[in-house]
Design a protein around this ligand. Structure first.
Ligand code: ADP
Ligand code: MG
Length: 500
């Protein structure tokens, strides 16, 4: 399947948008990039600040091995080149949340070089519409502190808890061509980081934020001048920025204006970008190698160890779900999109296979359908996530086993599941307590069939005259008379026998 290219219609013809993202991802590690201070989110202001983070005179940075390890693991997960020799640089500027007067970053020799991310543009057909987006580099750098201007009308406060926390800056190539592609890229990158465990991907808490570079051009022409919209903190906002900014640039150019390279801000309330400052170039920052730090040199064993620690990643997992478990591309895509979903599914699949004494492949479809249908439906209604699902994979496997061995019917299973959600009780206990076992008791079923046929004598006549579709009606009425507990197969047989 091909997706038609995204075009902006202007007064003078069609335009193409070009997008490149710089994503800042906070590294999961207990302590900061160059100090031993803690990184926990939400601590009291300035409770997690070492003398290094506060830039006291004479303090020296010491690289945190775990932060480097996480960045290397991330690079490997993006099929990127790992630079065994890299170096830290000082990026000099003044800001009240930056006590050092410079940020330690990596300009000339980043830790990670070129890599790729596969994005898919169609959920229903995740394999039919993929595109590869290039990664230019990943470098490691310090985060700044935070300024708070809103507590008191005439005062600003500085919180240095975030000062010195490790960030990975993941820079894409200008390879995206629509809001949807930018959204898909960010979602996929976030998913990979969360699989790897190198960033929690929590955009609301600011653990991941994107600088969105946008330019427009006539299809096929060279790239136009770009603007950079800073610190965009949700997938939806990134897509909105691409759309709004492309529109603004097209209107500007068509009115005879010129796009200037600048840094902009996104205002979600007004859904527009605004100019913040003209863009500075690398040379404005007077980058130079940080004399307090030796170059980083990685040995083969360290990199091999990082590689060995990687889990199965989303693309590989999706492929395995399709080939060895026989799931549809759609289901495989849904189940692997988030690491929690995949984990939950695999726990459920393992428990289900054990309970039913079957291979995982033999129960994969039943399990996948139940999870994406019943459980997701319930979570949606309850406004909950899988992480705080009211049932466990083991409890769910018990319910599925009761359906598989014929103890309860599929429709009764829905009722039992509702009761599990309400009470937290086990499926088997609910079935016994409420007498929901499916019955194959021929006597009771025959009696119900006889009553249904007697009550609907007119329909029996129509049926016998050839209106065969009424058979389903009789089945439904009999099931209803049996409160859903009759074995549907026995009901079918009894009806056929009686109706002749
Ligand atoms: P800087 O370091 O000044 O921010 P880079 O060359 O590193 O500039 O590019 C930053 C980001 O801008 C990258 O993600 C890149 O893909 C993107 N980019 C570069 N040129 C363009 C362009 N013409 N249109 C859109 N994005 C672009
Ligand atoms: Mg930049």
């Amino acid at each position: 399947m091909t997706i038609s290219p995204y075009r902006i219609r202007g007064e003078t013809g069609e335009w193409e948008v070009v997008v490149g993202l710089e994503v800042h991802a906070q590294v999961v590690s207990r302590s900061k990039l160059f100090s031993g201070a803690a990184t926990t989110f939400g601590a009291e202001p300035n409770a997690q600040v070492s003398l290094v983070d506060a830039a006291m005179p004479g303090m020296l940075p010491v690289p945190n091995r775990e932060c480097i390890r996480q960045a290397v693991r991330t690079g490997l997960a993006l099929d990127a080149q790992i630079n065994k020799w890299s170096r830290f640089d000082r990026k000099n500027y003044f800001y009240a949340d930056l006590p050092q007067g410079y940020q330690i970053s990596q300009l000339y020799h980043p830790l990670v070089g070129e890599g790729t991310i596969e994005i898919s543009l169609d959920d229903k057909d995740p394999e039919g519409s993929t595109k590869t987006v290039g990664i230019e580099r990943i470098h490691v750098e310090q985060d700044a502190g935070k300024l708070m201007h809103d507590q008191h009308p005439t005062m600003s406060y500085v919180d240095l808890n975030r000062s010195g926390v490790a960030l990975m800056e993941i820079v894409s190539r200008p390879d995206m061509r629509s809001p949807a592609e930018a959204g898909a890229y960010l979602r996929k990158l976030r998913a990979i980081l969360r699989y790897v465990g190198s960033c929690d991907g929590n955009m609301e808490e600011g653990s991941m934020r994107a600088d969105v570079n946008v330019s427009v051009r006539r299809p096929g022409e060279p790239f136009g001048t770009r603007t950079e919209t800073k610190n965009v903190n949700s997938v939806r906002f990134v897509m909105a920025v691409v759309e709004q900014e492309a529109r603004r640039q097209v209107d500007l150019i068509e009115d005879g204006g010129r796009v200037v390279q600048e840094t902009r801000l996104y205002d979600p309330d007004r859904n527009e970008t605004r100019s913040m400052r003209s863009k500075e170039d690398a040379h404005d920052y007077r980058y130079f190698p940080d004399p307090d730090l030796l170059p980083l040199e990685l040995d083969d064993a360290f990199v091999a160890n990082c590689r060995a620690s990687l889990p199965e990643l989303p693309d590989a997992k999706r492929h395995r779900y399709e080939t060895t478990l026989g799931l549809t591309p759609y289901l495989a895509g849904v189940l692997t999109a988030e690491v929690e979903t995949a984990r939950w599914f695999e726990a459920l699949l393992a428990a289900t296979a054990v309970k039913q004494g079957k291979d995982q492949a033999a129960v994969a479809r039943q399990t996948a359908n139940w999870l994406t249908g019943e459980l997701f439906g319930a979570l949606n209604r309850l406004g909950r996530n899988l992480e705080d699902a009211p049932v466990s994979p083991e409890q769910s496997a018990e319910l599925l086993a009761l359906v598989a061995d014929g103890t309860i019917s599929g429709s009764i299973a829905k009722q039992v599941f509702e009761k599990m959600l309400e009470s937290g009780d086990a499926a088997g206990a609910i079935v016994e307590r409420e007498g929901l076992r499916q019955t194959s008791d021929a006597g009771a079923i025959d009696a119900a069939v006889a009553k249904v046929l007697a009550d609907n004598a007119d329909k029996v006549v129509q049926y016998k005259a050839g209106k065969e579709a009424l058979f389903g009606f009789f089945v439904g009425q009999t099931m209803k008379a049996m409160q859903g507990k009759a074995n549907p197969q026995v009901v079918n047989e009894a009806l056929r026998k009686t109706l002749g």
